[in-house]
Design a protein. Structure first.
Length: 173
């Protein structure tokens, strides 16, 4: 089974869409043997455009699906929650789901893995370091906790006291 890490973000009706995204991922990927693990939810400023602040979190799960199947599933969940596939990269989002890591794969197709934003954006790196501190970045060989400790950016980020929906196979902080 592959271990997958996803980044979830929303800056439109944020709480509703983060909860809806987590429920959809839970219903698709979680089981008693393999629950969905979720970091805290963080609030961050929009990056790349002027817009409302985002809520972001990172999710971990195990799956037998291929990388391509996981990507297709995430895109279908986004679209089911009001995120059309033809919007510009830097624009408001109801729900954005990005595959960050799929095991220790390094590839450029069908998507870039590990995702470049993992080490660039605090709203990805901090929750990933929280969820999997000892996990090593497939390209650098450095743990995500170490990457977070040495992170230097002016990106504003704060953890939130977020009320997660009680789901049977959801492990939250």
């Amino acid at each position: 089974m592959a271990v997958v890490y996803l980044g979830l973000g929303s800056n439109r009706d944020r709480s509703k869409h983060i909860r809806a995204g987590l429920r959809a991922l839970h219903d698709t990927f979680a089981s008693a043997a393999h629950p969905l693990r979720v970091s805290r939810v963080y609030e961050s400023a929009a990056v790349g455009f002027d817009g409302h602040d985002f809520y972001n979190t990172v999710v971990e799960f195990r799956t037998d699906l291929s990388l391509q199947q996981v990507v297709q599933t995430c895109k279908a969940i986004e679209q089911a929650h009001g995120h059309p596939s033809n919007v510009p990269k830097y624009s408001p989002r109801t729900l954005d789901i990005d595959v960050l890591l799929y095991d220790d794969f390094i590839c450029r197709q069908p998507i870039q893995l590990p995702r470049g934003e993992v080490l660039k954006n605090a709203f990805v790196l901090w929750p990933l370091a929280e969820l999997a501190p000892a996990l090593r970045h497939p390209e650098t060989g450095i743990s995500f906790a170490e990457h977070w400790q040495s992170y230097a950016s002016e990106q504003r980020l704060k953890p939130l006291d977020f009320a997660f929906e009680p789901l049977p196979y959801l492990l939250t902080p």
